[in-house]
Design a binder for this molecule. Sequence first.
Ligand code: LLP
Length: 406
Amino acid sequence: MEDVPLADLAAEHGTPLFVYSKAAMLHALAAYQRGFAGRKAQICYAMKANSSLGVLQLFARAGCGFDIVSGGELARALAAGGEPSKVIFSGVGKTRAEMKQALQAGIGCFNVESEAELDVLSAVATQMGLKAPVSLRVNPNVDAKTHPYISTGLKGNKFGIAHENVLTAYRHAAKLPGLKVVGIDCHIGSQITETTPYLDAMDRVLDLVGEIEAAGIAIEHIDFGGGLGINYNGEVPPEADELWVHLLAKLDARGYGQRKLMIEPGRSLVGNAGVCLTEVLYLKPGEQKNFCIVDAAMNDLPRPAMYEAYHQIVPVTQAADHIPSARYEVVGPVCESGDWLGRERDLRVHSGDLLAVLSTGAYCMSMSSNYNTRGRAAEVLIDGGRAHLIRHRETASDQMRSERLL
Ligand code: LLP
């Protein structure tokens, strides 16, 4: 990766090990920056995709704001040098304590997802003698054509305010003493590989902006969420700048081209910038299936178990010629049949070999767990020829630190 051999990193830091490329992250960000050149735009990295401090620091230094979904994420964003005014707070279930924490920090906007939340936020802000900047998240009822668990803009989803109720909700927000309406937002799903759902959602949102402003409520910014997909296994999503050529053309055509724009990309900034290195522990041939048992598991890489997601798995070093190819189920050590990383993979490997699970920069480390009391993996960020250890491997005592015996 960049100028550092992955096998050397595995030897130094052990496996499983996440390795990220700074250049790949900045390259992905540059596509958005190109797309928005000459516009008033703020990129808020959706840090749920990968919230490791070193990664956040890189995006903060590159001028990004952050899309957060919890008080914990706010603390991380600030610890990494994020500017509070560039933080937006999404999510259907913000607690009063989280609202207070975010108001104290002076975040840029709350993306509110229900009328009930408007009331509570106004009450919390009023008590603090403040006005909370708000945007309402619209559920535009468009099909993002992605996995049902990561589709968020359809009527049956828990997210956002149904677009037919949005105007009423804005009228309500405008009357509340503790709120200041600043924007509108939507997010229709994740791993979206087509342009059309974005264009459809944009039409819905712009229709609403027209109605809301006609009712005398000014909308300063329009936030189109994140969701752009990446190539895991031959998918061909549009590049970020290509997608925005189409979206900006629509904005211009409808007269909103000079509005402040916000976006919340996560996966497309980090997904393809990371790999997870794992060592082959045992090969276990079977009558029906052969198993390749590796030292990474569903606690490190939860996406296959959760969404039947596909990640390419490739050997880091060439196997010796005498090793035959065989078809394997690549599985981890966790005590569940759901603990698989790849199915029916043709590999030439033997125990001790190093494999790389690709496209694991997004929603892997941030979704990892300690199931089976497995310590979370270490993480390294590569910058040219330099390797920064940005997280040490979690020890058993790290895991037990917050616990007490009876
Ligand atoms: N904004 C909001 C309000 C979101 O809910 C999300 C993701 C994003 C932005 C960023 O979306 P992205 O650009 O990363 O697609 N764990 C799943 C993905 C869940 C996405 C949830 N929301 C996975 O591993 O595929």
